[in-house]
Design a protein around this ligand. Structure first.
Ligand code: NAP
Length: 481
């Protein structure tokens, strides 16, 4: 029976969903994308120094490895080019509908009725939401932000028309983004002021370029490339991913590496004290960089940790009364990582709204589906293991799982499928219990934590995630005849 699909979002997961539908012989689908181009976070983020902190050989679809990545952690523009190339190669062009921001999706008479911002509509049997996580820029709630007389922009909306050379540039934030921006611009600007609210632990990971010989070797040998993929995937899973969910031995190694990095590479004791966190390594997203400490110690750079009082036309006034005069202000203040599918208004069976179902917490069944929302699935939904390993691996496992549920409908076994309330409740109770053993709740503020203080991540092992995604347990689902 022919069924129609609407995929929402043309980032890494939306492209993947399109490829997998085509692989199954499904041609009737549209990928709605609110922007004018595909790429998701790699389209939106173009800031200087942007690269991925997952090694390039594993930050790629497992079925479309790329041998000629320039670096171990390749720059953002290269990653954007990779996704554009893959979408073209797999013939997705006719399926994209750009500038199509879906504002509303309503389940009525057994189908999903979608309405875009411009009023156009679509009707589909299935919705696959691939709307991303680090997507909605978080604007800091700082008094006077609008008053700043110089150029001011969020890191995910970098204004390339603003010249930085010879300017006094302020960066607010010390997350992965800011820590990449600082080394990339410090030599161009007259003065770089980093406004730090909380110091970060930094793991000194080098980012060597691949030589021409290495690239040629990986391009020529699919086997060597696969070995490199497996090697990097295993390194993450066996070390970092184990550490964050409670492996003390692995965590001790990470903590020591971070402490040694600070001691060995920050020479001024006063600056070192300023940069020393009072919480455990990896409680926040661990920063991977061997360029930040050298950059912040350059004579034209400084860390200001006095707390921001307000922003004035001439610069940033800190609580000690000092005005830090600036020409350019960069807000590297992160994202609202808990919006997930929202602000899209999703209305399920019997008028049940996703916004209401999630008013207290984003509770999904195994990250991919929500009770009362039949034939509606999410890629990289709540509690996906985004803090642990490559999000592409996660998305691949999730889409295979989702398509097994889709096949129940396509084969005529049922008309609609959604998880049961009881199974979802049980899953989320288990999640909350398991979170108690993770480093994410050991005492820090981070985007990992929702408004109730619960991490939006996966508290178990990669093996468990892979096992849970192998095949749906149909006892946990309500199948509508
Ligand atoms: P982030 O980790 O959420 O960091 C935001 C920073 O802004 C924090 O230092 C935060 O301080 C600060 N901040 C927020 N509001 C503030 C305010 N009102 N006043 C002062 N400071 C404020 O955001 P991000 O750096 O954009 O990174 C988000 C995630 O994106 C990363 O964790 C990572 O998963 C991903 N990412 C990855 C890469 C990579 O692959 N290399 C690069 C960039 C981003 P507090 O710490 O005190 O809250």
């Amino acid at each position: 029976m022919t069924k129609r699909f609407a995929i929402i979002g043309a980032g890494m997961s939306g492209i993947l969903a399109g490829i997998k539908l085509k692989e199954r012989g499904i041609a009737d689908f549209t990928i709605h994308e609110k922007a004018a181009r595909l790429g998701g976070t790699w389209r939106d983020n173009t800031y200087p120094g942007l690269s991925c902190d997952v090694p390039s050989h594993v930050y790629a679809y497992s079925f479309e490895l790329k041998g000629d990545w320039s670096h171990r952690f390749s720059p953002g523009a290269e990653i954007q080019g990779y996704f554009e190339g893959v979408a073209q190669k797999y013939g997705l062009a006719p399926h994209f509908r750009f500038d199509s921001e879906i504002e509303r999706a309503v389940f009525r008479d057994g189908r999903w009725h979608l309405t875009a911002r411009d009023g156009t509509t679509d009707v589909a049997d299935f919705v696959i939401s691939a709307t991303g996580v680090l997507h909605h820029p978080a604007w800091p709630d700082i008094a006077g932000l609008e008053d700043f007389a110089g150029a001011r922009f969020h890191s995910a909306r970098w204004d390339h028309s603003v010249a930085l050379d010879g300017k006094r540039v302020g960066v607010i934030g010390t997350g992965s983004t800011a820590i990449q921006i600082v080394p990339a611009i410090v030599d161009r600007v007259a003065r770089l002021t980093l406004f730090q609210r909380t110091p970060q632990w930094v793991l000194p990971l080098a980012n060597p370029a691949y030589s021409e010989e290495e690239k040629a070797m990986f391009v020529a040998s699919a086997e060597r490339l696969r070995q490199s993929y497996d090697y990097w995937a295993a390194r993450f899973i066996d070390t970092f991913a184990r550490a964050v969910i409670g492996d003390r031995e692995e965590m001790a190694k990470i903590e020591k590496a971070c402490r040694d990095n600070l001691l060995d590479n920050v020479h001024d004791p006063a600056l070192r004290a300023l940069l020393t966190p009072d919480y455990r390594a990896a409680c926040k997203r661990l920063i991977m960089s061997d360029t930040f400490y050298p950059a912040i110690q350059k004579p034209n750079a400084c860390v200001i940790a006095d707390g921001i009082e307000r922003i004035e036309p001439a610069g940033v006034r800190t609580r000690d009364g000092t005005l830090h005069a600036l020409d350019v202000l960069v807000l590297a203040t992160g994202f609202d990582a808990h919006a997930f599918v929202r602000p899209m208004d999703v209305v399920g069976d019997g008028g049940r709204r996703l916004a209401d179902a999630w008013s207290d917490a984003n509770e999904a069944y195994r990250s991919v589906a929500v009770p009362g929302f039949p034939n509606f699935f999410m890629l990289v939904g709540p509690n996906s293991p985004i803090g642990n390993f490559s999000v592409i691996q996660i998305s691949e496992l999730q889409i295979d799982y989702i398509l097994q549920l889709v096949d129940l409908v396509r084969s005529g076994r049922c008309q609609a499928v959604a998880p049961s309330t009881e199974a979802t409740r049980r899953f989320n109770a288990d999640l909350r219990e398991a979170m108690k053993g993770t480093v994410w709740v050991s005492g820090c503020r981070s985007w990992y934590l929702d408004k109730n203080g619960n991490p939006a991540l996966w508290p178990w092992s990669f093996d468990r995630f892979r096992d849970e995604m192998r095949a749906p347990d149909l006892a946990d689902f309500a199948l509508t005849a």
